[in-house]
Ligand binder design. Structure first.
Ligand code: FNR
Length: 364
């Protein structure tokens, strides 16, 4: 049967990936309340279409943090993509390039950042950073990303430790022996497969990531790198204001795909308050639960300038490598174009708050 939407890819992927990897990709923290909320919360917003507007040609071109894009849809950083398919990070980077969207590479990638850059020179790439206890290692990653042509540093701030992902603990998750964290060398590259505890990735993070970082370290990074700094994981207006005051250029409103603290709100629920606080000063973006064109449209209407998808690209890779990832992005891109046509928006800048209403407005 033809695969026509992200849900189809998800169902197909669930059948094909080994349990250790599948649970790692799929799961959220705790009892996964926020995981389902990320998708459900989009349904609480309705689209208010306008008609007779000449929608013969729609254009999704946009400018995000100085990057000229053909689409506001991009690929979120997800760790260890070669567990899903050997095309891994390079496959996803090429797919993002094909639709003209941003690809964000994870620090915890199974392909070195330089190899991804060399294989996908025409894709706009950003590098996602975790701050390690070993500051010289952190610094060297930033310099390597700058040198390899990445256009922004995306600092993930919601992971001083990794969340309680029960499935990984049950499976004693480990990276398969033929893969490594290839932005590193030696023991660092191989440690997620040699740990003895409950979840290899959680142990790795506890040993390596610096849980003592504060906004002072964000200011340090902003001064240290010549690239714009985007903070990923902001869920409150207070942290949005602090990010702005530290000189960050952008925010990705995100709950890390609901993998950190369960019971946090869905990203789309807190987007309006963050846009209200700093939307005129910074580029606000969103990830979490984006699965179709209407989701992208709703996030843009509420003030996001770009959206990113995490798991859908892993499902695409798992089903058919790079071709699967490309198809997933194409499906959501075509769905965004159709949503624009059916709601009377020709350009991305036409998509404004007046096109959406929260369901609470209809129950008065
Ligand atoms: C992630 N995410 C993530 N974020 C990050 O900053 N660095 C990382 O290495 C990872 N790794 C990672 C692995 C997997 C398997 C998932 C599912 C997620 C979070 C990711 O960037 C993004 O915030 C979410 O995936 C967005 O939610 P959806 O699209 O998966 O619903």
């Amino acid at each position: 049967m033809a695969l026509v939407c992200v849900e189809d890819y998800e169902k197909e992927a669930l059948r094909s990936i080994p349990k250790n990897a599948l649970d790692y990709y799929r799961s959220g923290a705790g009892n996964e309340f926020s995981l389902s909320l990320n998708v459900e919360a989009f349904k609480r917003w309705r689209i208010l279409p306008r008609f007779l507007r000449d929608v013969g040609g729609v254009n999704t071109a946009c400018n995000v943090l100085g990057c000229r894009l053909s689409t506001p849809i991009g690929v979120a950083p997800t760790a260890m993509q070669r567990m899903a398919h050997d095309d891994g990070e390079i496959g996803n980077a090429l797919s993002a390039g094909k639709i003209g969207g941003i690809f964000i590479l994870s620090t915890l990638s199974t392909t070195p950042l330089e190899e991804v850059a060399a294989a996908a020179p025409n894709t706009i790439k950003w590098f996602q950073l975790y701050i390690y206890k070993d500051r010289s290692l952190t610094e060297s990653m930033v310099r390597r990303a700058e040198k390899a042509g990445y256009k922004a540093i995306v600092l993930t701030i919601d992971a001083p430790y990794f969340g309680a992902r029960r499935a990984d603990a049950r499976n004693k998750f480990k990276l398969p022996p033929h893969l490594g964290l290839l932005n590193f060398q030696g023991d660092q590259a191989n440690s997620v497969k040699s740990m003895e505890g409950s979840s290899g990735i959680n142990e790795y993070v506890t040993r390596q990531f610096d849980p003592a970082i504060t906004w002072t370290d964000v200011s340090w990074l902003v001064k240290f790198t010549k690239l714009p700094v985007v903070v990923k994981g902001v869920l409150t207006r207070e942290d949005a204001l602090l990010a702005r005051n530290c000189g960050c250029k952008g925010i990705i409103v995100s709950n890390h795909g609901a993998r950190q603290l369960d019971s946090v709100p869905a990203s789309i629920e807190v987007l309006p308050t963050i846009v209200d606080a700093v939307g005129n000063d910074m580029t606000i973006m969103l990830d979490g639960g984006v699965r179709q064109g209407t989701d992208v449209f709703k996030a843009l209407a509420l003030g996001a300038k770009a959206v990113f998808m995490g798991r859908p690209l892993v499902w695409g890779l798992a089903v058919n490598g790079q071709k699967g990832a490309e198809h997933v992005l194409e499906l959501v891109q075509r769905d965004l174009e159709l949503t624009m046509k059916l709601s009377g928006c020709v350009n991305i800048s036409d998509i404004t708050q007046e096109y959406v209403a929260h369901e609470s407005q209809f129950s008065k």
